[in-house]
Design a protein around this ligand. Structure first.
Ligand code: TMP
Length: 226
């Protein structure tokens, strides 16, 4: 099943004013994409627009495992240890998400298991014997929830790198050749995962936010038509 691309908004959608009251939505939305795609800004803006009842969360988390993941970043951990730490962090995070969903919340997560499949498949490819993408996808699906929607923000890797160039030094994953491979893995995910909706993020932030809101409202049924 292929990921869906977003079609242009209808006239009704364009006329709808931001802040219009809407029925509270429930569900689990993940925002994904390569470094520099703008996902953290989009996730914050979308959460703010959807208002109360929304829980915004992220990976790596700020749990002790999440902090260990970030330490691994600095100490150049082995790729296998690195992948398993990201997954351990996710296993804890998933318990939190389940609690919020049971409370009737709309959970928006800035990264989830697609990040491990896209990034760690690229990082492990040389030393893994076999199809690392399928192995990571299978293992992660077993420890994760299936999102209602996975918004994949797409930008050319050159654009992503340019956007983060002002952040004061690149992390180990922020290299053009590596990000190209990560982007290829995300495209492969979009072909096999029906929760994935691709949104072109090589545009002004406001436009991207409106498209993501429209996807969420349509798929989770806010009582609004877009
Ligand atoms: P961030 O840029 O969203 O803060 O994410 C931190 C980095 O961690 C980013 O380069 C992507 C990487 N990452 C993985 O490699 N695998 C994962 O599972 C997650 C959640 C993040």
């Amino acid at each position: 099943m292929r990921g869906t691309r977003v079609s242009p908004p209808s006239l009704e959608c364009l006329l709808m004013l931001p802040g219009h009251p809407e029925t509270a939505m429930k569900g689990f939305v993940v925002i994904e994409g390569i470094d520099g795609c703008g996902k953290s800004s989009v996730a914050k803006r979308v959460a703010a627009r959807l208002g109360r009842g929304v829980v915004l969360t992220r990976e790596p988390t700020d749990s002790w495992i999440g902090r260990a993941v970030s330490r691994g970043d600095a100490s150049e951990l082995s790729p296998f240890a690195d992948a398993l730490l990201f997954m351990a962090d996710r296993a804890l995070h998933t318990e939190d998400i389940k609690r919020h969903l049971a409370d009737g919340k709309l959970v928006i997560s800035d990264r989830y298991y697609h990040s491990t499949v896209a990034y760690q498949a690229a990082n492990l490819r040389k030393e893994f014997k076999g199809d690392v993408f399928s192995w990571l996808l299978e293992a992660n699906r077993r420890i994760s929830l299936e999102p209602d929607i996975t918004v994949l923000l797409t930008v050319p890797p050159e654009v992503g790198l340019r956007r983060i160039s002002g952040r004061g030094g690149y992390s180990r994953f922020e290299r053009l050749s590596f990000l190209r491979e990560v982007a290829r893995n995300y495209r492969r995910l979009a072909r096999v995962d029906r929760s994935v909706v691709e949104v072109d993020a090589d545009r002004p932030l406001d436009e991207v936010v409106e498209d993501v809101l429209r996807v969420v409202r349509v798929r989770l049924g806010s009582g609004r038509r877009c």
